[in-house]
Structures are given as C-alpha cells and as structure tokens.
Design a protein around this ligand. Structure first.
Ligand code: HEM
Length: 240
C-alpha cells in the first residue's frame, strides 16, 4: 500500500519508499496480552520462516473498520489530522500489510527512559497501573511529533525543559493509578515516520474528566511549545 494511505497528512510519509517500508514491517511477534493482540491473529502476517528477527517491543496501531476500540472522536490539536476511521486495532508486533479499509497504520517501540530520575522512576513504578484493567473502558491514542528545534537541543537541555521547567512527570504522577499509560517511540524506526511518539492511555469513565485536566496541564507547559503535530484520538472499548 502507498504511504499516502498510511498517513496522507505527513510530509515525511510522502518521501517514504513503499517497498523498504513494507520490508521493515514484515516481521511480527506473538500476542503480548498487553492491550494489543498478536499480529498473527488477524490483519498481520506472521514472520516468514527464516525472516528477520522480531521485535517484542514493537506495536502497530491500525485505524480502519476493525479492532477492539471504537473511535469516538479524533481531533488535530496541532498540525495535520489523520484520516477519519471507525475503529482502532492495536497489534503487538509488526503488520506486513494493513487490511483493506485501513485509513492509516502507525508503529512505535517501547524503550528505556530518557528523562526520569531515580526518584521519579521509583514513584512511577509504585503508583502506575497496567493497561487493560477491566474497568478501563475508555482510552486515548495521542500521536505526537516534536519540532526540529526540540531535536536540535542537547539531552541536558531537553531534560531541563521536560523536567525542571515543565514538570511533566510530576504533573503526570498526580493522575496515577487512575490513568494507565504506555509510551512508544517512532523516531528511530525510519525517516518516514509521521510521528515521534505514540502515547496510549486507558482509564475508567469516572476518570475521563481527570484525564482532560491532565491534558490541559501538559499542553500549557513549555515542553508543548515544541509539539508541532498532535492528534487526540478518543476510544471506547468494544465489548467482545
Ligand atoms: C498519565 C500520566 C503521565 C505520566 C505519569 C507521564 C510520565 C512520563 C514520563 C516519566 C516520561 C519520560 C520517560 C523518559 O524518561 O523517557 C514521559 C514522556 C512522554 N510523555 Fe508522559 N506522562 C503522562 C501523561 C502524558 C500524556 C497525557 C501525554 C500526551 C498528551 C504524554 C506524552 C508524553 C510524551 C510525548 C513523552 C515523550 C517525551 C520526549 O521524550 O520528548 N504523557 N511521560
């Protein structure tokens, strides 16, 4: 499929070469059980025997007309929107070819922390909940791209902006364990990735107002001045 279909709004996706991108997506992994079904269960294709090694930290998010989450709202907060879709499918692993009806496919990998201090990490580990709690029937997928200005900063400059000046983790900690989160990095997967991060959250309906407060607090920070594309996709779990 063409990259226009994957994400027509992205300058970076336009420059991608289909075959190399498809080649990269060819590996897949078994189900992780963590808010993502295994690629081999449906849309994705399993790894070719003798094919490239699979990456268990890779997740693919397919916007289309299938999947366990119904899209109730998708709003561009900054930059280009994504094509409207009805459902989101979260797949653990790579997907060789998104199914017919898919409007877009985004992928990202979980990774080590870059900014969290030891104290913050201990607080996070103690307070955080896992994605997929039965009561967490609402979710948000928020893909984000930061500006070249952000990426031109040094690690210590970014850390100061993220931590001391914007207090991202300190703000976020106030919303744990009500909101569960998983951060996926896209930037190092290739030049064609339309976003730098795919952020995923789930929460119970009673905590939806708190989640909106959290977003308002983060979007008012200095860190967010570097966000040049952000799409806020709200989801409701589809009962099996
Ligand atoms: C639920 C409460 C939240 C907590 C506890 C939290 C915590 C964190 C932490 C600790 C990191 C840094 C990881 C590292 O050290 O590399 C991080 C990164 C990030 N978070 Fe949050 N966060 C929360 C909510 C959010 C929300 C609602 C958004 C999006 C709207 C968001 C977007 C991001 C992004 C894009 C990054 C990557 C920043 C970068 O590397 O430049 N976070 N978050």
């Amino acid at each position: 499929m063409s990259d226009e279909v994957l994400d027509p709004g992205s300058d970076r996706s336009r420059s991608a070469q289909g075959p190399s991108r498809r080649g990269f997506l060819a590996g897949s992994v078994a189900a992780s059980g963590l808010a993502g079904r295994g690629a081999a269960e449906g849309a994705g294709q399993g790894p070719a025997p003798g094919g490239p090694p699979v990456n268990p930290r890779l997740f693919t998010f397919i916007g289309g007309n299938a999947g366990g989450w119904s899209v109730v709202e998708a709003r561009a907060i900054a930059g280009e929107p994504l094509p409207a879709v009805e459902r989101l499918d979260i797949v653990a692993g790579a997907v060789a070819a998104p199914p017919g009806g898919a409007g877009w496919a985004l992928r990202g990998v979980t990774s080590n922390e870059r900014y969290a201090t030891r104290v913050e990490k201990d607080q996070l580990v103690q307070a955080q909940a896992k994605l997929g709690r039965p009561e967490a029937t609402l979710a948000a997928l928020i893909p984000i791209r930061k500006s070249p200005k952000w990426w031109a900063l040094t690690q210590d400059e970014r850390r100061a902006l993220f931590g001391d000046r914007s207090r991202h983790t300190e703000i976020g900690l106030n919303y744990l364990p009500a909101v569960a989160r998983r951060l996926h990095h896209c930037r190092d997967l290739g030049e064609a990735e339309p976003f730098d991060f795919l952020t995923l959250f789930d929460y119970a309906p009673a905590d939806a107002p708190a989640f909106d407060d959290l977003l308002a607090a983060l979007r008012a920070t200095e860190e967010w001045k570097f966000v040049e594309r952000e799409v806020d996709i709200r989801l409701v779990r589809v009962d099996p």
